[in-house]
Design a protein around this ligand. Structure first.
Ligand SMILES: Nc1ncnc2c1ncn2[C@@H]1O[C@H](COP(=O)(O)OP(=O)(O)OP(=O)(O)O)[C@@H](O)[C@H]1O
Length: 844
């Protein structure tokens, strides 16, 4: 019986040499009890269920008092416990979670999943021969909650079911495949929940065909019902129906077949052949069991061969005028038949085609193809979100989708560095002519000349309406005055919903694709994205991609650094913000960082050290003589440092602030050390890990990248650290705990080795303004990377503060010689801000 309680993590001392050896028992997947905010979870709080769904749920509740639903999730109590159920000796321990009445099927060992009747959670045996297909199916109908090595957990929610329906799955398909995969018969409660949540979703589509808008459904019944509606009925365009002689005002056409559509960059025939062969193998592996074959068949029909979807269906439709589309959409939403948006780009003759194709040498990877097959499953472009791990190639997914649609494209990113990267990637992977590519940033305000083209810009350029320059306004008018076939929304998880709304309304686009690695937000705004862009169409499994060599294998470790007694004493009596500064600047942490840098440099690794705290970043980097980049570092200096890191053997370590969390593509980096992090942001932790997932050397035999998080023991930092790891732990990463770095004390030139040095450091930290404890703030530090100016570094005044011991003259003040600034060695001068706030103060 699955237990909810997370096991307690046990810390064991570890030597660095055997730190990552297989026999260590300290790893693991056990995160703290913090719940991952997945779209469904967030939607639970924010999104109201549609009245019809609520009604259906109410009906189910009436038929059985035991059942309980709460805002879209099945939350408690099994329904179908038979009246003759006889509890056994241990039943009372499990209370309502005693599901022993669900009898295991005779061939249960060949079936990979178990579904909880009380909350819709699904547990998958990932070692089962059917696991790969089952995973594809589950990721389509449920939210992945946790996917460690052997057992995966998913959860069915209304949101996930909506997404399933939107990629073409029918209610009966979902129930039938679940039943075949499950070790026990699927409980009535789960079946009813699926039926209730899917009865109206995905049944009506808005399609742009031959430049005309159609409301489409495979059920004529539903369309008739819509036509009877006071608002929608009046807005139907009569002429078309009459012309087609449809008695009931509906036009009957054949459903589109994906077979005609070939996504560029795929080895379609080859893949088809492979999947068939694979199917036979799996069948052999699983004892040629009849049930399993059934699963394969259904699975192939429903999921793998999406191209055959709707093959025999006819669809019914009626037309509405373009100017009434918004009203019809709104009304459909109100009456619980939200319209899915699909773009029939192959029949769009109004918008000119764009000359764009993938270069013959470009081949997309299987998971990239799979994600795109969800988007183009029925030969049209569905709007929605694709979730792929950092470094897995989201850019190429977007580019391939653009090459499939072949209409004018707009790409929105979070920073101007990303804008340049997207532009460069378009030119690298496909045949688009450079003159058809325009960039719209604060530095470049370009428009393409031809009839169609590509524009790459940032969210803020499009969304900010105030204080536009004349040139900016001209480009904006260009963007808003035309129809766009396709919009790519990069890093969707970081953009504020309000900004999104402005972007989505300002630009007339037919298909929207959101790309992200971490569909988690600490502000629980994910459901807004689902509403504004569309459902999540695909989410890849990090561990699977890492095993297949598409992203690097990473060893993760949390290094516990004991606070020195002087620092801890102050920590206990200081304010919250000062405490933060004390645990970041803990000398033992500094020593651990120094030791790890030296250890990994000697192995030939390239190391990135991350610090959210700019004061610590500068202190560490200067003392260790390493170059560093933060919000105020000018663009030229950044490029210089990054290039040296890539090509200069003498620069093996760089320090980065928040500005390096995303958008930095450094395939050379193989080791990450995190010395300070911004509270418990799971997204940031994953994004940082992403910097080493693309390691060039990832396919070298036995290669591992390393990710260290240094935390000061017995401080608040430990709590935040565990919280931050939750997302990665759920992706299957195991964080080992290192309580002692062997050989650290013997390191020559170990910093802060004497009590005197430590006291001096403490003195300096205590004299620091509280604001030095802050992080680089702002709309998103990502945005800073392209601008080169920190608009948000706060500290200006310095309030001197000292401990009583200091005031009494009990602490040493001595002359300290600071290391030379490595940035200067690389031939760059300081930014004025840095000069003023750091160097001049130092010289005093
Ligand atoms: N099909 C492919 N064939 C060859 N190289 C690929 C393919 N897909 C992606 N790559 C390479 O993988 C690397 C990572 O790709 P990309 O920058 O798009 O990742 P990402 O998913 O956007 O990462 P992040 O979220 O960290 O920005 C790039 O160097 C890209 O060229």
């Amino acid at each position: 019986m699955p237990s909810e309680a997370a096991p307690i993590r046990e810390a064991k001392p570890n030597k660095l040499e055997n730190l990552f050896s297989d026999d260590s028992s300290t790893d693991d997947t056990d995160s703290e009890n913090d719940q991952l905010i997945l779209p469904a979870a967030s939607s639970r709080k924010r999104q109201k269920l549609a009245p019809k769904t609520q009604e259906a749920i109410k009906k189910i509740k009436e038929t059985n008092d035991d059942n309980e639903f709460e805002d879209g999730e099945l939350v408690a109590i099994p329904l179908d416990r038979p009246s003759d159920f006889i509890p056994d000796a241990v039943s009372h321990i499990f209370a309502n979670s005693d599901f022993s009445y669900l009898k295991l099927k005779p061939d249960h060992s060949a079936r990979p999943i178990w579904i909880s009747p009380s909350d819709g959670k699904i547990y998958l045996e990932s070692f089962s021969p059917l696991s790969e297909q089952a995973q594809d199916f589950l990721v389509t109908i449920a939210e992945p909650v946790s996917r460690p090595s052997f057992m995966h957990e998913y959860k069915i929610t209304t949101h996930s079911l909506y997404a399933a329906v939107s990629v073409g799955l029918e209610t009966d398909d979902i129930i039938s495949v679940l039943n075949r995969l499950s070790k026990v018969p699927v409980a009535k409660s789960v079946i009813e929940f699926i039926k209730a949540a899917t009865h109206s979703y995905g049944k009506v589509k808005l399609v742009l065909k031959h430049n005309r808008y159609f409301v489409e459904s495979s059920s004529a019944e539903i369309l008739r019902m819509l036509l009877k509606d006071d608002v929608i009925g009046k807005l139907r365009l009569q002429s078309v129906d009459e012309a087609n002689g449809a008695a009931d005002g509906l036009v009957e056409t054949e459903a589109p077949k994906q077979g005609d559509l070939v996504i560029p960059g795929t080895k379609k025939n080859h893949e088809n052949k492979n999947s068939k062969e694979k199917g036979t193998d799996t069948k052999n592996d699983s004892k040629n069991n009849e049930v399993v074959e059934g699963v394969e068949d259904i699975y192939a029909d429903v999921i793998a061969d999406a191209e055959d979807e709707n093959a025999d269906d006819t669809v019914h439709s009626f037309e509405v005028a373009a100017e009434n589309v918004e009203t019809v959409k709104k009304r459909c939403q109100e009456i619980d038949y939200p319209m899915l948006e699909e773009y029939d780009f192959r029949n769009d003759t109004r918008n000119p085609d764009l000359e764009i194709d993938l270069k013959p040498s470009t081949q997309i990877r299987p998971y990239q193809e799979k994600s795109l097959s969800k988007m183009f499953g029925n030969g049209r472009a569905r709007s929605g979100i694709i979730v792929l791990p950092c470094g897995a190639g989201k850019t190429l997914v977007g580019i391939t989708a653009a090459c499939t649609i072949r209409k004018s494209i707009i790409v929105l990113c979070t920073s101007s560095v990303s804008v340049m990267q997207w532009r460069q990637q378009f030119l690298q992977w496909c045949t688009i002519q450079p003159e058809n590519v325009a960039v719209f940033t604060s530095e470049n305000k370009q428009m393409f000349r031809g009839e169609s083209g590509l524009v790459v810009s940032t969210y803020s350029m499009v969304a900010n309406t105030r204080n536009r320059s004349h040139d900016s306004q001209k480009v904006m008018d260009f963007l808003t005055s035309r129809e766009w076939g396709f919009i790519i929304l990069d890093e969707v998880h970081v953009v504020p919903a309000a900004m999104f709304r402005r972007v989505v309304t300002a630009l007339a686009t037919h298909a929207k694709l959101g790309l992200t690695a971490t569909l988690v937000r600490e502000d629980e705004k994910i459901s807004d994205l689902n509403f504004l862009i569309g459902p999540k169409m695909y989410e890849a499994n990090w561990m699977e991609l890492s095993q297949k060599g598409h992203i690097a294998k990473v060893q993760c470790a949390e290094v516990w650094c004991p606070m020195t007694s002087e620092f801890y004493q102050e920590y206990l009596r200081e304010s919250a913000r000062k405490r933060m500064l004390l645990y970041i600047m803990n000398p033992t942490k500094f020593q651990a960082c120094q030791f790890l840098i030296q250890y990994h440099e000697s192995r030939g690794d390239k190391i990135i050290v991350f610090s959210d705290n700019v004061y610590a970043l500068q202190e560490y980097a200067l003392k260790l003589g390493k170059p560093f980049i933060f919000g105020s570092t000018p663009q030229q200096e950044r490029m210089n440092i990054l290039q040296n890191f890539q090509y200069n053997d003498r620069v093996s370590t760089i320090f980065l602030s928040k500005v390096g969390d995303t958008s930095i593509d450094l395939p050379e980096a193989t080791c990450l050390i995190q010395i300070s992090s911004h509270y418990g942001s799971r997204r940031q932790e994953a994004q940082r890990l992403g910097r080493i997932l693309r390691a060039k050397r990832r396919n070298d035999e036995g290669f591992n990248a390393f990710f260290y998080s240094l935390v000061s023991k017995d401080t608040q930092e430990m709590y935040y650290s565990t919280k931050r790891q939750a997302f990665l732990v759920d992706q299957g990463y195991a964080f080992k705990i290192i309580t002692h770095l062997h050989g650290m004390e013997e390191l020559p030139n170990l910093a802060y080795a004497s009590p005197k040095e430590r006291r001096e450091l403490l003195q300096e930290v205590l004299l620091k303004n509280e604001e030095a404890a802050g992080v680089e703030m702002g709309e998103d530090a990502d945005n800073l990377i392209g601008h080169g100016v920190s608009r948000r570094l706060k500290s200006s005044s310095v309030k001197n503060q000292a401990s009583m011991a200091g005031l009494a003259g009990g602490e040493d003040m001595a002359y300290v010689e600071y290391s030379r600034n490595k940035n200067k060695d690389l031939g760059v001068s300081h930014h004025p801000f840095f000069e003023k706030n750091y160097y001049r103060r130092r010289k005093r």
